[in-house]
Design a protein around this ligand. Structure first.
Ligand SMILES: [Zn+2]
Length: 324
């Protein structure tokens, strides 16, 4: 029976996992910074500590404040996990970027992208301090990290994984998620995944669909992937569940942009294969007359695409993964 009083969740300043009780799920508010009227900004932390010592797996969501599916994935995970059977510890951070989440926006309140300024700076500006403390007070404890994202505003994504496939562990973690696509993506500078890797933490980015909403089917797929991860890390004895369809693996990818402004039609669906020189998009003027057609420069698969039809010159069309 869950006896947690959610009105009286303790506030902590540091995540010290050895202080958490075994065989239980605990909830904490972690004070990361204070706002301009000296009130704490608190990050919700969920800790499932198992029956015995083992790996520490971190799950983070909404480091981009409008990328919401991961929140539901983490909530459901903690609703379903049986701590009596768990070996090791799972830490869930369902709202990594609380100020952005509350503003329903991707960026932090000073306009910075927290997932581009890692590892931050303990003595830096507002967003840099937030990033540094997030890394130092929470992420550093982990052995493995699954960082949950979605597409950005105005775009939609397939269910895909970004991982550095030169890492054997990252490659395995990627496959376990049963994704539609695995994209080889060595971490960019400033990302949480990159900062975690620099700390020796095996990390992948899980792209769980579209922003600003909860999508039940893809949330369920991602949840299965997390339970698979526990099995692979020997934190659980449950069997790994693999899907019927195998993922497509891309060595690289690129966004294709329009060089004409206008009304955009994209001709492919998410996760659809595209042949080289196949038409991928048409741009029309506001009277409906065709201005330009765009063609695939190589054969690949649609990882993500714009779903906003009005595009100024330089708008994104599709994110095309290159197939091996
Ligand atoms: Zn994101």
């Amino acid at each position: 029976m869950n006896t947690t009083n959610f009105n009286e969740i303790p506030i902590i300043r540091e995540l010290q996992l050895d202080l958490f009780p075994e065989n239980s799920i605990s909830y904490r508010w972690l004070q990361i910074v204070s706002n301009g009227i000296a009130q704490p900004i608190l990050i919700p932390i969920m800790v499932a500590k198992g029956k015995s010592e083992g790996p520490i797996l971190g799950l983070t969501a909404a480091i981009h404040g409008n990328e919401l599916n991961g929140i539901s994935v983490i909530q459901r995970f903690f609703g379903e996990i049986d701590v009596q059977q768990l070996i090791g510890t799972v830490v869930g951070v369902p709202a990594a970027n609380v100020p952005a989440l509350l503003n329903n926006q991707r960026q932090f309140i000073d306009g910075a992208d927290i997932n581009r300024i890692m590892p931050g700076n303990e003595y830096g500006n507002t967003s840099e301090v937030y990033a540094a403390r997030f890394l130092n007070r929470i992420i550093k404890q982990f052995d493995y990290l699954l960082d949950l994202h979605t597409a950005s505003f105005g775009r939609v994504n397939s269910y895909y994984i970004r991982a550095d496939l030169s890492s054997i562990v990252a490659r395995e973690l990627a496959k376990l998620q049963n994704p539609q696509i695995i994209l080889n993506a060595p971490p960019k500078d400033g990302t949480l995944r990159g900062a975690a890797a620099d700390l020796g933490i095996d990390a992948i980015t899980i792209e769980v669909g579209d922003p600003n909403r909860f999508q039940t089917g893809i949330i369920r797929s991602s949840l299965t992937g997390i339970f698979n991860t526990l099995s692979y890390l020997k934190m659980s004895e449950e069997p790994i569940e693999m899907g019927d369809e195998k993922w497509l693996e891309c060595d690289s990818s690129q966004w294709l942009y329009s060089d004409r402004g206008g009304v955009i039609t994209i001709h492919h669906s998410l996760a659809q294969r595209v042949a080289k020189r196949e038409k991928i998009a048409t741009v029309r003027n506001i009277f409906g007359k065709k201005i330009k057609e765009y063609y695939a420069p190589y054969s690949g698969v649609v990882i993500g695409k714009s779903n906003h039809p009005i595009g100024q010159t330089g708008s994104r069309l599709i994110h095309l993964g290159k197939l091996n």
